[in-house]
Design a protein around this ligand. Sequence first.
Ligand code: ADP
Ligand code: MG
Length: 698
Amino acid sequence: MSTLRPPVLFPLFAKVTTLPGIGPRLVKFVEKIAGENVVNLLWHLPSGLLDRRFSPKVGDAPAGKIATMVVEILAHAPPPPRSKVPYRITCGDDTGKITLVFFRGERDYLERMLPVGEQRVISGKVELFDGRRQMSHPDHIVPLTQIDDVKRVEPVYPLTEGLSPKILDKAVRAAVAKAPALPEWLDEAYQKRHGWPAWHEALRAVHTPANEPELLPDYAPRARLAYDELLSNQLALALVRLKQRVRRGRRIAGDGALRAKVMAALPYALTGAQARALEEIVADMGSETRMLRLLQGDVGSGKTIVALLAMLAAVEAGVQAALMVPTEILAQQHFETLKPLCDAAGVRVEVLTGRVKGAIRAELLADVAAGKVQILVGTHALFQKEVDFADLAFAVIDEQHRFGVHQRLELAGKGSGTDVLVMTATPIPRTLTLTAYGDMDVSRLDEKPPGRMPVDTRLASLERLDEIAEGVQRAVKTGGKVYWVCPLVEESELIDLAAAEERFAHLKAVMGDKVALIHGKMKPAEKDAAMDSFSGQGGAQVLVATTVIEVGVDVPDATIMVIEHAERFGLAQLHQLRGRIGRGGKSGTCLLLYAPPLTQTAKARLETMRDTEDGFVIAEEDLKLRGGGEVLGTRQSGMPEFKLADLMAHGELLAAARDDAKLIIARDPNLETPRGQALRTLLYLFEQDEAVRTLRSG
Ligand code: ADP
Ligand code: MG
């Protein structure tokens, strides 16, 4: 954490244990629901409310309602020793009586809280039992002087087991009381137009809702806080990108000669979408600013060739390009696809993975450092320290959802000013790309290459395994090629393996040499052998695999995909797997085998797979079925999660925050004006310290 945080924020970045009632025992629960600092409690907004303003006489209190009443304590009736009967206390006023009921009530405590002959304020739900009024475990019991504290609309906060509402309420109130007034960072006209209060007032308002509408995302104080959060996010991204852009100052512009040679060697023409995307990428490379572009295209839309042509544009300009992929198999396969095309253009492409070792590795690294290798394909091994490019100017990351934020950051740090293209088959909604990358440019391949055949997807119970194995055998006899994917067991890779090996043995007994096995634990050479045998002619026709084949593998004449325990896979994963077939002009069949009985949701998910091949529809459906919480595996993909903003409700505010951030950066890139200073406070408030650091290091 930075030491340059403005002192006005210090109380908010103190530990929650500085709040009343939060001792060492409770701190872990508070950390669990909110966070370790006071500021985290400010962001813990109420999800409901309890109206305690209703304050009838005892004789008028209706059953089922929450009432706050002034009563005199009349008599205690402790239970006989060792009995299960509750402790009862009779209270009343001049209109009637009510019994307070305490299960396992402690006598000392109750006598102290509710001494006979005195008056107290009690608040809780009134019940009728045997025609008499009672209240079990009142929510509040306080002296008359504190009646105003109780007689109010009480916010209800999301809780966790071990934390009582009363304690959390008190802690949040104390946190809000510690919040200072802060200089205004919003544009005055924009704030006025929305009728938004100042930050401090907004904060107080969201924690004291008076009615249900004030709990909604469009309640002005809530919307303001959401905007603050989004603005801090967009401003931070804009600052980081500004710094990256400033660093750069070269254009990569090739003459098109190598691209022309490769196009001539291709057995097909680019689709309109591919040509458009390539044009956009090449234009980015030719501009002064640093490129960060996302190429989004469903499985099989032909991203690889677009990447190759873009890399050739870099090679034409005399610089190096790299293609990073998530698995060794995929690296090998991409290399094999690219090699003949590069040969046709006289370009040297090599592959670097963890398995390239010893003298060969040393020689390869030397050639990369000398600039003799123009295109390098590889796994994340590419970005290790020992890999020293002569002049890496363009990097492509394939299937980016498989890489963590961490790896992406590492990449950004390799060659400063490297243009970056990330490719993904995961349809990330625009709002999410915006929050993860700021104003990242996006190219879409929204058109598939011609000759794509539909895949017929069917669901079948695992009980029909034998029948399915026979079907596969028939297909193999007529020359078909089949992927057979074995279940993923998360707890143990060994069990995965055992399942795959058992299936392999089973199918081999029936079909002999026509069956090959591939999994992540095999030696590289064994993997290659299995892959070669399956992709070539006259070799294996059934490839039994764990999910190592999930991403990007291309064997065009494979037409059948069997997936065991399909219910255990994510929809995106199933979609990726299914994308392996129906590629070579022959229609495909995908069999999703499940273990009955299926839950409602599992059934709905598999039916979605059966009913559509559209990646966007599948992603949306996945989102709906999984509920709002986890959007498209946002956790893995490093998308930020917001505490105050709700992207479904505040999408428009996000767009406004982006424009606002752009304008701020254009006018006051170092945040030096009075508003700029206030914005620095905003960045610290939302812990965007990283972004503030870019200001100083300039
Ligand atoms: P993905 O977008 O899933 O990475 P690939 O780049 O692996 O897709 O391409 C899938 C298949 O489509 C490959 O076999 C590739 O040769 C083929 N392909 C790509 N572009 C075209 C095109 N314009 N016309 C015909 N086939 C194409
Ligand atoms: Mg691909």
